[in-house]
Design a protein around this ligand. Structure first.
Ligand code: ZN
Length: 154
C-alpha cells in the first residue's frame, strides 16, 4: 500500500472513531437528562437486547446492545455505519458454543440507560464488531421466561 493510501486509511479510521464517540456522547446526554435514578444505571446507552444461550451449560445471557450496534434507528439514517455483533460469544463456562437464540426477542428502537450489572455488547470504536461484556446471566431458558413475567408485573 502506498504511503498516501495508508495515510488516508488512518484518517478515515480516526474520523470513524470520532463520529462513533460523538454519537454515543449525544445519546448519553439525552437519555441521562430524563433519568430519575442515575445511581441505578451505568454510563452506557442501549437499545434493546439479544438473547444468547450456551449449548454446553445452558446459561442464558440477555446481551444489551450499546448504541450503534445492530442499531435500526441509526441504520435507517446512516446505513454505512451499520455495525454488527458476533453470532457466537464465549460463555463464562469457557465454551464458544454460546449463540444468539429467540431472534426478534428484545428488539427495541428506543434508547435507554443500561441498568447496573447487566451484560451487554460494548461499542468499542476500535473494533469492527460489538465486544461482549459478560456479567449477569440466567441459569437457563426457563429462568429467562420467569424473569420476563416478573418484568411485566412491575
Ligand atoms: Zn456455558
Amino acid at each position: 500500500m502506498s504511503t498516501g493510501k495508508k495515510l488516508r486509511k488512518m484518517v478515515m479510521k480516526y474520523r470513524d472513531r470520532e463520529s462513533i464517540e460523538k454519537d454515543i456522547e449525544k445519546a448519553k446526554e439525552e437519555v441521562f437528562k430524563q433519568n430519575k435514578n442515575p445511581e441505578e444505571y451505568e454510563d452506557v446507552v442501549v437499545h434493546g437486547y439479544m438473547v444468547y444461550e450456551c449449548r454446553d451449560c445452558g446459561t442464558v445471557y440477555k446481551m444489551w446492545l450499546e448504541k450503534g450496534l445492530e442499531d435500526r434507528v441509526q441504520d435507517k439514517e446512516y446505513p454505512d455505519k451499520h455495525k454488527p455483533v458476533p453470532f457466537g460469544i464465549r460463555c463464562k463456562c469457557g465454551s464458544f458454543n454460546c449463540t444468539h437464540i429467540l431472534w426478534g426477542v428484545g428488539d427495541r428502537d428506543e434508547y435507554e440507560a443500561l441498568r447496573k450489572g447487566e451484560s451487554y455488547f460494548k461499542n468499542d470504536p476500535d473494533q469492527r464488531c460489538g465486544t461482549p461484556v459478560l456479567r449477569k446471566s440466567l441459569r437457563n431458558r426457563q429462568q429467562l421466561l420467569y424473569s420476563q413475567f416478573a418484568e411485566d408485573k412491575e
